[in-house]
Ligand binder design. Structure first.
Ligand code: HEM
Length: 465
């Protein structure tokens, strides 16, 4: 019944868009709020996107407009909203204009900050770094590194280990070798440090680049990274390296054209950012959920045991369906990107209302992921909802969107899944873990979902041969 209603609503939306300009569709108007209330809502949209979305959705429905600081903000809710903005028929939404306003100072010209033909061209070339053969080589390199890193965690009886920084360091170290082809050492540490400064500065509270501010430090760190990559480029172009930097440096289109030096550099800096905090965030929320649910830890351990291998081979990645369900559920409840911003270049209609051109239009994966229309008991961590039998994520083509969708769908999703499975495999083989009594993870949802306290976990060693 609910599905039939959703389908009917979808048809109405599609029909109305085709007939945009015809009588019937009303222009969306801003909600009226006093100055203090407006300020509260703007802050809530950053500090608590889920609460903010649930409040506005309950009060005003699926489309809400706010005016603030001379700008128009439109919040769209539900899976149909994702479908509209991600599929982006007629190219009415710009990624570039939206993301440029948010991270453009530090990550200009990244793939996500491009539109239309230009985006398509750059994405096609970037596939060189994400083909099956490339992923296989990354996998080969990652296996021993993950094994070493997880086995060397400084666990102590009765002492919790804060996991977010641990995962962060591990993904940074992996990026240095897999993405850049660097040996771990002082050079990799310097690049990692600069990279961390750029990420921290990408959405500064004070958007001023004067000496001493975060943004100023971020711009300097970016300059350092550009110079560092520039110096390595000739060797990457001429060599036969299989790291991602080398593959992008040598990638050619059908006419033999390559990325320019600056394009390779911009893509590499953006890729490292896109890969890093998102994967760290997912590993953290999975570990939290598994600590709360020891029965699921046991089920995954059983799955790992049944594989009967000491190292997770490339073809084994497909043979961990329960681990994948837990990952999907963690991504549902804690999507690393809780919101997806777009800028509408033209008037666009959504559910009978016209959104005038020139608005910052945001859709909310984190809100859709908790909507009872799509999910049974959405507050519950229940990986079985992703089983073949229940498959709740198929109730709507866009109700589960942690990796986005359409032309800008995450290009690194297979890389991310591979890395997450490798780390989980090693964690399960080496440890049993738990949270302190009565603990609930305090989550900061923006800009990337993470625990405010780093997530303290207790580990007990175990060894699965
Ligand atoms: C669990 C981990 C990850 C999550 C949840 C995630 C999520 C996302 C999302 C939601 C988008 C779309 C943003 C939008 O539509 O505005 C995206 C795009 C992107 N991601 Fe990921 N990502 C992850 C890991 C990675 C990794 C490991 C890489 C690289 C190795 C990567 C590279 C990118 C790139 C380059 C884009 C832009 C794609 C385009 O615009 O065509 N991501 N990611």
């Amino acid at each position: 019944m609910a599905r039939a209603m959703l389908c009917a609503r979808r048809e109405v939306t599609a029909m109305s868009n085709a007939a945009l300009g015809d009588a019937g569709a009303q222009t969306l108007r801003p909600i009226r709020t006093g100055a203090l209330e407006t300020w509260r809502l703007v802050r809530a949209s950053y500090n608590d996107p889920l609460g903010h979305a649930q409040e506005l959705h309950a009060r005003h429905g699926n489309a809400v407009m706010q005016k603030f600081a001379g700008m128009t903000f439109v919040h769209l809710y539900g899976a149909d909203a994702h479908r509209l903005s991600l599929i982006n028929d007629g190219q009415v939404f710009s990624n570039k204009k939206a993301w440029d306003m948010i991270i453009g100072r530090i990550f200009p010209n990244g793939l996500m900050l491009r539109d239309g033909d230009d985006h398509r061209y750059h994405r096609r070339l970037m596939h060189a770094g994400f083909k099956n053969a490339a992923l296989k080589r990354y996998h080969e390199e990652m296996v021993p590194q993950v094994e070493r890193a997880v086995g060397a965690w400084p666990i102590q009886p009765g002492q919790p280990l804060r996991m977010f920084p641990v995962f962060k360091q591990m993904t940074l170290d992996l990026a240095a070798s897999i993405f850049l082809g660097l040996e771990l050492g002082p050079e990799a540490r310097r690049v990692n440090k600069a990279f961390e400064t750029t990420v921290a500065a990408s959405m500064p509270k004070i958007p001023l680049a004067v000496p001493g501010t975060l943004l100023w430090r971020g711009i300097r760190a970016r300059r350092y990274m550009c110079e560092f990559f520039q110096a390595l480029l000739p060797e990457k172009r001429a060599g036969d390296g299989t790291d991602m930097f080398s593959l992008l440096a040598r990638a050619t289109d059908e006419d033999g054209n390559r990325y320019t030096d600056q394009e390779v550099i911009d893509h590499m800096i953006f890729l490292m950012m896109a890969a890093h905090d998102t994967t760290t965030s997912t590993l953290t929320s999975m570990s939290y959920a598994l600590a709360l649910l020891p029965q699921w830890q046991d089920r995954l351990l059983q799955e790992v045991r049944e594989l009967g291998v000491a190292q997770l081979g490339y073809d084994d990645l497909e043979r961990l369906p329960l681990t994948e369900q837990v990952m999907k559920e963690a991504l549902r409840m804690y999507p690393p990107l809780s919101t997806l911003p777009r800028y509408n270049l033209q008037d666009v209609e959504f559910e009978g209302r016209v959104i005038p051109a020139g608005a910052m239009v945001t859709t909310y994966p984190i809100h859709t992921h908790y909507m009872p229309e799509y999910w049974t008991d959405p507050e519950r961590f229940d990986p079985d909802r992703f089983s073949e039998e229940r498959a709740e994520h198929r109730r709507h083509s866009h109700c589960w969107v942690p990796f986005g969708g359409g032309a800008h769908m995450c290009i690194g999703l297979h890389f991310a899944i591979m890395q997450i499975k490798l780390v989980m495999f090693e964690m399960l083989r080496n440890y049993r873990w738990s949270v302190p009594e009565g603990y609930t993870m305090p989550v900061q949802q923006s800009p990337i979902s993470k625990p405010r306290d780093g997530l303290p976990l207790f580990f007990e060693p175990r060894r699965v041969e």
